[in-house]
Design a protein around this ligand. Structure first.
Ligand SMILES: [Zn+2]
Length: 226
């Protein structure tokens, strides 16, 4: 962790972490819940040591439950995790991610409400929202609206330290199927970068395309031209 921290400092890079996927903060199984919290806390602790800014999580599945009940369960688990913040991860943000399938906890409203309550900020993945709503959320108007709702919940300054994901994505009525390279998808990714520029959004955008390096550079170069 120390080596990662030093290297990032030398290269002037901002780091974020993705927590393990084997997490469900809505599980009725107490052992699974404890294991989920432990994985998240470990990611946060290691993030702290590595000088990471934010750790994102796929918080939960609804498991057929009423979303309100799932929300209450996730909220309680996040509260437990946040009790450890001062001691274990004082400089790291816990980012609940917007998720790509309707069976997964993680609408924009859900992650914003929890983030607002605990003074943290979510990981916004517009590709996931695009898939979750079967093709919506793929235009400048919709992204402006998304950023408006984000700023309404967390304050205007929150747009200056965002944790974002982006990629192309395949989807259907059940939401996300898989991530796709930018140019092999319907993602209006240039338009998205334009919105970020017009809103003077700052922070980290992590490219989650299967062509990781290629699409990262494509987005970086395109953004620089804007
Ligand atoms: Zn993710």
């Amino acid at each position: 962790m120390e080596e990662i921290r030093k290297t990032a400092q030398e290269l002037d890079m901002v780091l974020t972490v993705h927590a393990p996927y084997y997490i469900n903060l809505n599980t009725p199984d107490r052992e699974k819940l404890a294991a989920s919290k432990k994985r998240i806390l470990n990611a946060l602790r290691m993030g702290e040591l590595a000088g990471v800014r934010s750790v994102c999580i796929h918080a939960a599945f609804y498991l057929g439950m009423d979303p309100k009940k799932a929300f209450a369960n996730v909220r309680r688990a996040v509260e437990d995790i946040m009790k450890q913040q001062r001691k274990l991860f004082p400089h790291v943000n816990l980012a609940l991610e917007t998720m790509g399938r309707p069976s997964q906890f993680g609408t924009l409203e859900e992650v914003l409400a929890i983030s607002k309550e605990f003074g943290i900020y979510p990981c916004i993945d517009p590709a996931h929202l695009h898939a979750r709503y079967n093709g919506a959320m793929n235009s400048a108007d919709e992204w402006h609206n998304m950023l408006d709702r984000y700023a309404d919940a967390l304050g205007k300054k929150s747009l200056k330290h965002m944790h974002l994901h982006f990629s192309g994505i395949a989807y259907g009525p059940n939401g996300e199927k898989k991530h796709l390279p930018l140019e092999k998808s319907d993602a209006q990714w240039k338009e998205f970068l334009n919105v970020l520029k017009n809103r003077t959004v700052e922070g980290v955008l992590v490219c989650e395309s299967p062509l990781l390096e290629k699409d990262t550079l494509l987005m970086q170069k395109t953004y620089a031209k804007l």
